[in-house]
Design a protein around this ligand. Structure first.
Ligand SMILES: *Cc1c(COP(=O)(O)O)cnc(C)c1O
Length: 408
């Protein structure tokens, strides 16, 4: 359908547009087929375990089809979850489908379990999210999978693979230290060695960084962060192309992974404003990152859109934007950095990110590294820049530097 099409729900629109939609349009239209949403704009909440069939023949047919998109039993979801999954799929060009999980950690675990078998080697970037490492060192080790870690800044990708390497888990940029990885180069090398490529794409989301068109096989999101966007619902997703879809889906079903329709509804509701929120997070975070670079107490700022950040050129080539999460080194010791964070008024102290409110947190990459030690002096502080006024946030940071009185 061409530009005359007004309603995403009208037949043939949305999915089959002959002119590719811009990402921000897709965020609004995706997953809103009439068969999923009915006549209303936002997908309704279908809360159901049991779906009734008109007769035994229909029941048997439903069982045989084994496909999403039709009622079977509550664990397979309802239009509320399917609409969200379809929207996330449409945001990744080349994707075949998306599975939803009750958290980002469950998404990482199930994606890995869908491709790994005992005896395999998993490669993991050394800056990976700490619970991903814990899953590898705990569950995967007991399951007979060995995990090896590699420098996120490695460039000789061919040498990181061995005969037993089955999968590689990437995270770019890393969510504490923000190194950007050359995903297309790593994927090209991985393909030569028949290695499955998985990317934790939570920082950028597919709005700022589509993953499958860069060569990634499985794009993982902690939807808890920017997709939900309101610091309430926990959710994860894995989006993949046709080759791994059946394995991914079967693994999730065998492990009984489901998300509630209420949570899926809230995630869909959050998704529709993703482009606006991301642009606002981006502008404010970049302004604050640049301001921090001028502060006497700051030794370094790690933000992929700053030329000084490791991998900045790759970010510029592969990403269409930067989100609101970055870190900086406070020159003071841990106690001074803690006093600085405690003195902040507008920044909450807490885990997670991607919501509408700003957060600050001391982070310790030295505890979560094994391939390359983190030995920078000072204390690393991670900021999530929310949707408050940028000047207010800078004034808050400025006051906290003053009050926690250190080197200035
Ligand atoms: C938060 C986070 C996860 C895990 O997501 P949860 O929804 O909290 O389980 C995974 N990867 C990254 C980079 C994260 O920041």
């Amino acid at each position: 359908m061409g530009p005359r099409c007004r309603h995403p729900q009208s037949a043939g629109c949305g999915l089959s547009s002959d002119k590719p939609q811009k990402p921000s349009t897709k965020i609004v239209t995706a997953g809103r087929r009439a068969s999923l949403t009915g006549p209303v704009v936002n997908v309704p909440i279908w809360r159901a375990s049991t779906h009734l069939y008109p007769d035994v023949a229909a029941l048997e047919a439903g069982k045989a089809s084994n496909e999403d998109g039709r009622f079977f039993y509550g664990r397979r979801g309802s239009p509320t979850q399917w609409s969200l999954a379809e929207a996330l799929t449409e945001m990744e060009p080349g994707a075949h489908g998306t599975m939803l999980y009750p958290s980002g950690v469950a998404a990482v675990a199930c994606a890995l379990l869908s491709v790994l078998a005992p005896g395999d080697v998993l490669l993991m970037t050394d800056n990976a999210y700490d619970p991903s490492r814990s899953f590898a060192e705990g569950f995967l080790k007991r399951f007979g999978v060995e995990t090896r870690y590699f420098d996120p800044r490695a460039t000789d990708y061919d040498s990181v693979f061995c005969d037993r390497t089955k999968a590689i888990l990437l995270e770019s940029p890393g969510s504490l230290t923000f190194e950007v990885q050359d995903i297309p180069a790593i994927c090209a090398a991985a393909k030569k060695h028949n290695v499955v490529t998985l990317l934790d794409n939570t920082w950028a989301t597919s709005y700022f960084h589509t993953a499958l068109d860069k060569g990634i096989d499985m794009a993982i999101l902690s939807c808890t962060k920017y997709i939900v966007g309101h610091s309430d619902v926990m959710m994860g997703s894995v989006t993949t192309h046709a080759k791994y879809w059946t394995k991914l889906r079967q693994t999730a079903q065998q492990l009984g992974q489901t998300v509630s329709p209420d949570d899926a509804y809230l995630a869909s509701r959050g998704l529709r404003t993703l482009s606006l929120r991301m642009k606002a997070h981006e502008a404010s975070a970049l302004q604050i990152a640049k301001w921090l670079q001028t502060q006497a107490d700051v030794a370094a700022v790690f933000h992929p859109a700053l030329p000084e950040c490791p991998g900045h050129d790759i970010w510029k080539r592969d990403f269409t934007g930067a989100s609101g999460l970055f870190s900086f080194i406070h020159k003071g010791d841990a106690a001074t950095a803690a006093a600085f964070i405690d003195a902040l008024g507008l920044f909450g102290i807490g885990y997670s990110w991607g919501g509408f409110e700003s957060l600050a947190l001391p982070v310790h990459p030295e505890k979560h590294r094994s391939a390359v030690p983190w030995d920078k002096e000072g204390t690393l502080i991670r900021l999530q820049i929310g949707l408050e006024d940028t000047d207010d946030l800078i004034a808050d940071l400025e006051a906290a530097f003053r009050e926690s009185g250190t080197l200035t």
